[in-house]
Design a protein around this ligand. Structure first.
Ligand code: KG4
Ligand code: ZN
Length: 349
């Protein structure tokens, strides 16, 4: 578990981060005093696009190919050498088992060669703490809205390692819903960014969309009803009608999804005293969502921490920077370490 006690060190530590949980290969170098020195990403989008989703076997093999060249790029961009690295952090899980094992093996081998400790990082905890990357002074407690392709959660962050789940999706994750609807509208994978672009030309009011979970007093989300409504709308419109109204359908879906996320966030804000709101995960790159959350925070007089666009989706900078709070495992203790495919504490499955 991550904790502030790990910060107590009188010298700067430079941590190499490795991210291979899904279809992005990421490498980053983060130093405890100077911050993020460099990061590099290779997206496998083109590799998986014709399958309409990530193919685990292809993902693992591509991570093997990309890691070393990305490491060279990062060291060059940072003006650093392997000797700068004091520790190696990698995504331990959750994610695709084979893909995670590539990153885990790479991290362990490099740590062994460089004689430095290795640190296993929880992918979701890294997303959750990524708003702290550039602003360590963010006050606790804050509400984090974590929305990605695999998860949609509202969390109370009371301190490092001290998280409480306020609400989560009962079915599809927000990003998964964006991807599925985008597919329905004939857009590529991942669908979120393409759907956002298409929605810019559409009228969000053109179709009536179901308001999911509106009467539910809790803080959980649900996106499957909205997705099903789109399936029926497309069926009724027929292929030509869908082609004609794609932008309106995209705009309607996006407005309903963003509306649901922000109304649950608003409800969470009423249930406590908060220092700030943090928005993270791949869907946090969505422009209308960023604007709606910013407007809500302004209305409520709350500080908002937005993760920079480039660091919202999976990346190694968040892994390396979260690792500054991680307990170090020295050789041979770290050899017992593994990858985990599904989530585990301190974050929910
Ligand atoms: O955090 P992430 O990179 O990977 C997971 O851990 O899942 O999130 C990827 C998800 C995808 O579902 C993608 O469609 C969505 O984030 N996404 C977006 C946008 N950019 C990425 N969704 C809506 N609007 C965007 N601009
Ligand atoms: Zn992620």
């Amino acid at each position: 578990m991550l904790s502030t006690t790990m910060l107590k060190s009188d010298r700067e530590h430079c941590i190499l981060g490795i991210e291979t949980s899904c279809d992005e290969t990421g490498v980053a170098l983060y130093c405890t005093r100077r911050g993020l020195l460099a990061h590099a990403l290779h997206s496998q989008v083109a590799l998986h696009s014709r399958y309409g989703g990530v193919v685990p076997e292809l993902a693992s093999r591509d991570h093997v190919r990309r890691l070393l060249p990305l490491l060279d790029t990062v060291l060059e961009r940072a003006g650093a050498s392997a000797g700068t690295i004091d520790a190696i952090a990698y995504t331990e899980g959750p994610g695709l088992a084979g893909a995670l094992l590539v990153g885990a093996s790479f991290a362990h081998a490099a740590a062994y060669a460089l004689e430095v400790p290795v640190l296993g990082i929880h992918h979701l905890e890294a997303h959750l703490l990524s708003p702290l990357m550039a602003a360590p002074a963010l006050g606790f407690p804050f509400v984090a809205l974590l929305v990605s392709g695999g998860h949609s959660q509202l969390m109370r962050v009371s301190g490092l390692g001290d998280y409480a789940l306020l609400g989560e999706t009962l079915d599809d994750a927000a990003g998964e819903a964006f991807d599925k609807v985008a597919r329905l509208l004939g857009l590529g994978f991942p669908g979120g960014p393409a759907l956002q672009r298409l929605a810019e030309q559409g009228d969000p009011q053109a179709f009536e969309m179901p308001v999911a979970m509106a009467r539910d007093p809790g803080l959980d989300f649900s996106f499957s009803g909205l997705k099903t409504a789109l399936v029926y709308l497309c069926r009724d419109l027929g292929p030509e009608g869908v082609e004609e109204r794609r932008a309106d359908l995209a705009a309607g879906f996006q407005a309903a999804a963003v509306g649901q996320l922000t109304s649950k966030l608003k409800r969470a804000l009423k249930r406590g005293e908060w220092q700030a709101v943090a928005l993270g995960g791949g869907v946090a790159a969505n422009g209308p969502l960023r604007e709606a959350v910013a407007a809500l925070c302004e209305e409520q007089g709350l500080r908002l921490k937005l993760v920079p666009l480039a660091l919202c989706t999976d990346n190694a900078a968040m892994i390396a920077s979260a690792a500054r709070y991680a307990p170090r495992l020295e050789y041979p203790e770290y050899l017992s370490y593994d990858a985990f495919a599904s989530s585990r504490p301190p974050l929910p499955a």
